[in-house]
Every structure is written in structure tokens, then in C-alpha cells.
Design a protein around this ligand. Sequence first.
Ligand code: FE2
Ligand code: FE2
Length: 271
Amino acid sequence: MAAGHWCLEDVSWDSFRGDKVDPELLKVIKAASLVEFNGADYATYLCNVFQGDEEFQAAARAWAEEEVQHGQALARWAELADPGFDFKACFKRFTDGYRIPLEARSSVRGSRSGELVARCIVEVGTSSYYTALGEAADEPVLKEICRNIAADELRHYKLFYRHMKRYQQREGVGRLRRSLVALGRIGESEDDELAYAYYAANGGGEVYERKRWSKAYMYRAYGYYRPKHVQRAVSMAFKAAGLKPQGRLARAVASLSYRFMRWRIRAVQPV
Ligand SMILES: [Fe+2]
Ligand SMILES: [Fe+2]
């Protein structure tokens, strides 16, 4: 854990206000707690992919500890908001149905630079997501947790970016390949992991239907974003891909992305 980093005991749990809990926001927080808590598995995968790079492996382990703590903080909040929420059981349901490729010996992104670009994109996504959720929340403890997490995610982005620059020089992976990896990773945000976490946290005894739960998740998660969150995310993603973060193209992509998200919200029906 980074020096001076917050811990669970630092959160002002006593300020919790049950009357300020938004039940819709609670659903996405439950799902987020499962994905975050799964961070330890990602560290195993990253340590396998980065065999021989002890500096990065140590950074990846410390990073995973922080992700796990995000999951613990969100889970504790969700259990306060809904005493019926059984985090352990939901996490088991999540990991029984969704596994990451722990046995991989090389990156599923084709190179170490590619892996780090993909990690940057994930952190771009989470830092903007928790900023948006924190601003949308009325409940003061959730606001505090989201603020803490968003700051961590931004630091994680910087960490992976720094290592990516190191590998990019070594491996000579150009802008085009980095952009393709970034685009690929963004595309995966509509993939199984988040939808399955949303189902595992909120589905009760229902059967998993990918399309239905993916739509349900998107309907709620996308709704919290404002144009400024999308603009910031796009400019950070552009930077990771080696493109101009504040240029005309970035502004156009941000505007299109926001419109796409609003269109997705209108096009899907909630569960
Ligand atoms: Fe996180
Ligand atoms: Fe993170």
C-alpha cells in the first residue's frame, strides 16, 4: 500500500445516512465491490506476464492490495445500506462464473506494452466512473469512499502509464498498435465481466442471460456519466495511446462517446 494511503478505518462509517441511499446506485456499487475485490487474481496474471521484472511485479502486488481494499470498502458500505446483502456469497457466485486467464505466460494483448496500455484504459475507466458515482451519490459515506477510490485509480493510471512508456521504448510498439489495444479494451467494457458481476450481486436465484444483464448494467452505469467525465476519460485514453489528449480529435471522440452512451441508455430496458 502506498505511504499515506487511506485504509478502511479512515472512512467515517459513523456518518452513514440510510435515508440518503439511492437503491439504483446501490445495485452498481454491489457489482463494483465484486470486480474490485477480484484484484488479487489480476496481480497473479500480471506477475506471470511480467516474469523477470521484479520492480513491476512488486508494483502490481501493491496495486492489487489497493484494488482489494476498494472492494472491501464498497462491500462494507453496501452491507450497511442493505443488511441483506451477502458479499461472500455474491463474490463466490461471481468467481464461479467468471475467471481471468491466470495461467497465461504472455499478455493476452500481444506485448507487455499492450498489456500496460490496456491497464491504463481500465484505470481511466474506473477513475472516471468513481468520480461520476461520487458526484451522483447523496449518501455522505459513499461520496467519501468514491472520492478516495477515484484518487487511487488516477494514481494507478499514472503507475501503469510510467511502466508502459518504459516498455514502449524497449518493444517499439507504435501509436497504431497502442490505439488498437486501447480500442479493444474499451470494447470489452460491454463484455461479460461487469455484466456478470452485476448479475452475481443483484440476480438472486435467476439464471444468467448475458444480453439481458449486460443491458441492465449499462442502463444504470452509463446514466451517471456527465460530458465532463467522458471528456476526461477520452483525453487520458488518448494519452495512453500516444495521441494528442486535448486535440480536436479527442474532443470529437468525447462528444461521440457521450452521445453513444446516451443512445445505449435509451436503447436498453432495465431488469
Ligand atoms: Fe479500484
Ligand atoms: Fe485501479
